[in-house]
Each structure stands twice: as structure tokens, then as C-alpha cells.
Design a protein around this ligand. Sequence first.
Ligand code: SF4
Length: 336
Amino acid sequence: MKRVGFTSTIPLEVLVAAGRRPVDLNNVFIGGEKSVRLVEDAEMAGFPRNVCGWIKGIYSAVRDSGIREVIAVTEGDCSYTKALMEVLSLEGVSIVPFAYPPDRDRDNLRREIEKLMLHFGVGQEEMDRAKKRLDVIRRKLREIDRLTWQEELVSGWENHFYQVSASDMNGDPDSFEGEVDHFLRKVRERKPFGKRLRLAYIGVPPVIPEIYPFLETLDARVVFNETQRQFAMPYDTNDIVEQYRLYTYPYDIFHRLADIVTETVARRVDGVIHYVQSFCFRQIEDLIIRRKLPFPIITLEGDKPGPLDERTKIRLEGFIEMLEQKGNEPFTQSLC
Ligand code: SF4
């Protein structure tokens, strides 16, 4: 089955309907054991040190895996993507652009999806079949998410892992569904974690996944992974265009904030971790998030893959201690 890479979540239904093997290049970069080396390889190839680690990782993941066709999300993801695609194109990789319209315009989004369908030779009937198939798996992922915050049976890292994998279903929806089913059977036999503090994790997925187990050593647990949950398409709709309009990540911060506020309140979180990536334009949004969210917030910055550094550990310990002292005091800041 021919593999097609992509730089950020795209309408997965197109690749599934076309019989291609979808590969989220972010997952290739961070999911394997070579992530440190992949960043170094990109720097050796000439990528500047002050460019985001994810971009360098994606570049090397394409070269390392031998993928020859990549869908590039040119609007709604990353300001570096266009230059990254130019470099890959120079190296002979075939680039297919896809753009989320900044104003979430329905007609423009439909046209973008249709362009992809045309490129991969897919008709509406095949698309509908693919959507129905993927939606079955997405509903199971929603159950994993529910078991995380309502039943306390799933750890923050497990929640992160299954939802982040939804972007490409690990390249094979059928075997991914088997893994999800197995996991669901296993967790239902567990006893609730019963950690004292409930946290939200917002922002791009971390380049340092050790954050999750470290928090659990402090008697705290992530019960909401914002972006990862979005990759799993958490809204039930039969309309594919609407599905990718409701998906918050590619659009403005206020659209994302509406979802963050709803979920953090429903999940009764005690505090919020806002993760930002070094050299990422999204860091600027931290100031809006701090003004609008009615919870204590710690902003963590990550650069390259590797172990959690001592300074970040100390900052997290201080944050958790502060939340413990705060107890159940009500917050006075208003909701946005
Ligand atoms: S973290 Fe920011 S700079 Fe890096 S790839 Fe994602 S959007 Fe781009």
C-alpha cells in the first residue's frame, strides 16, 4: 500500500478511501526511538538551530522513512510549513497542498477537501464509507477519553497516546481498532487512580512526553489533552465538511478557547499546563490564554526531544504545591 505523509491533521477519510497508507510525520518523528537523532540530522542538513524541533523532526522523518508524497497543511498549522515543503520539493518529494480557510468558511473548506479527493481519485460514496468506518473507531477513542476524566481509569499519557494516534490511526485503522479494543477491555478491570489534582494540558503535543509520568509522581493527573483530543475528532457529525470546521486546532485562538473553557470546566480541573514549543509563533497566544482562562496556569517551553530537565521539574513541583495549598478556593476570573 503506497504511503502518503502529512505535516498536520488532514481529512484522513481521503487517504483511507483512496487505499493509501496514511502517515502522520509528527508521529513518525516523536513515536520512534530516533527522535533526538532526527533533529540533529536536520541541523546537519542545514536547518538553523533556532527553528522549531517539530519542523526539523518532520523533515528528517520524510528522508528517513523514504516517503515520496506529502500533504502539506499550508494554512491553519505552521508558519514554517511552506519553507519546509520547498526544501522537500527540492529533494524530489511530491507535495500536495491543503489549506484550512482561516475564517472557517464552509464553501472554501469543501473545495479544499474536494481538491484532495480529485488528486487521489476518490468519489463521494467512497468518502462516506471511509468516514463511517473511521467514526466507529473515533467513538471508541471518545470512550477512552471519558474513562480518563469521568472514571479515572486511564492515565494522562495513555489518553495522549491513543488520541494523538488518531491522526493517522497508526497507518492501519483495522489494526489500530484492535489495539483500542484490547486497551478498553484492559482498563475496565482497573481500579480508579484517585490522584488528588486534576490538570488540563493545552497547546501542541509535547516534544518531551515524560511530563505525564512525572506529574503522576506528584499525585496529579492530566484529565484533558486539548490538541490530542481534537486530532481524534470529538464531535459527532455526519457531515465531513462540518467535522473539519468544528475541529479547533487550525483556526483562531478564540475558537480553541471556547472548547478549552467548556472542557476544563466540565472536567473540574484544578490547573492548566500550557505547553509551548521553542521558536513557535503560537507562544504569543499564551498571553491571550492567560487573560481568558479562569484557572491557575503554568507555561512550559520545550525545545528538543529528551528527558525532562531539572528546572522544569522544579517549576512543576512548585505549581502542584501551589494548587494543593489553594485547595477548593473559588476563582474570581470570569469565563470568556
Ligand atoms: S510547534 Fe509551532 S512552530 Fe513547531 S511545527 Fe508546530 S506550529 Fe510549527
